[in-house]
Design a protein. Structure first.
Length: 277
């Protein structure tokens, strides 16, 4: 069974798209039997109504082209994978469905990410940079007309760098997305450490213009985290919220299993699965 990402990138190949500026979402939608309109919507970011092999997509005209394009890609995903249903989608940004329990919305988000930032076009640009900071990711996003959020999440999803993308507010972690091959033994702190640049940004308004070296125990709860270093950068994305990128040093990828944080036992010695907070 093909994944949402495979379906999206197969469309890119079938359409002969070889450069970012050729990803014309309105044309791709039209080729799929969809007509895209932009209008002011209340309570949702996009709607999809289909009859037979034709569909009408209405996208909230918000003035943010990256967000509008992600909404279009999201609805194309619904039409390709979930045809026969109607949707009113709350797609505030590429991270809106990371914490949802709605599998169809997550599938449409994955489809959109691969359609807007297909790996064969995205990866070469990333490899030229090495470890992209947010300024460089914004430049890459400019080539694809995608938001910084969508571009950063795609960086984690392509799974070629030891990176974690996360969102924090003053109360703590909202969500995190690690590259798939990172060791599962590393657990981010729920609350911001006062030594982090992200704390300085959210509580003191200090900008974080570059990747900054931090002790691992600034970010991770593991007892041995202080033996390692990470690179951190953060940017404000919405009022009171920061988008964070963390690069783990190579030795962290070889660290052994951490029984202290990865497993818990009850008073009878039985294993209790760790539940995310």
């Amino acid at each position: 069974m093909r994944t949402p990402g495979q379906i999206a990138e197969e469309m890119i190949v079938e359409l002969g798209i070889t450069r970012p500026n050729e990803i014309d979402l309105e044309a791709i939608a039209y080729d799929s039997g969809m007509e895209v309109h932009y209008d002011r919507l209340s309570g949702c970011e996009a709607t999809l109504v289909g009859v037979g092999d034709r569909a009408l997509v209405t996208v909230n005209r918000c003035g943010n082209r990256g967000r509008e394009r992600f909404s279009v890609g999201h609805e194309i995903g619904h039409w390709q994978m979930h045809r026969g249903r109607s949707f009113r989608c709350r797609v505030d940004d590429a991270d809106a469905n990371l914490t949802t329990n709605k599998p169809l919305e997550k599938e449409a988000d994955t489809f959109a990410a691969h359609l807007l930032l297909p790996a064969p076009l995205f990866l070469p640009l990333v490899k030229q940079i090495g470890q992209p900071n947010f300024q460089q990711l914004a430049q890459v996003g400019g080539d694809f007309e995608t938001s910084l959020m969508a571009t950063a999440l795609r960086l984690a999803n392509v799974n070629t760098l030891p990176v974690i993308v996360a969102s924090y507010d003053r109360l703590g972690k909202r969500w995190s997305l690690p590259a798939a091959d990172l060791p599962k033994r590393w657990f981010l702190k729920d609350k911001l450490d006062k030594d982090s640049c992200t704390y300085d940004l959210l509580f003191e308004g200090k900008e974080c213009k570059h990747l900054s070296k931090q002790s691992g125990d600034t970010w991770f709860i593991n007892d041995d985290a202080g033996n390692y270093t990470v690179l951190e950068q953060c940017v404000p994305v919405r009022a009171g919220e920061a988008l964070v990128i963390l690069y783990l040093e190579s030795s962290m990828l070889r660290a052994g299993f951490d029984w202290n944080v990865s497993r818990r036992y009850n008073d009878k010695g039985s294993y209790v699965p760790r539940r995310s907070k």
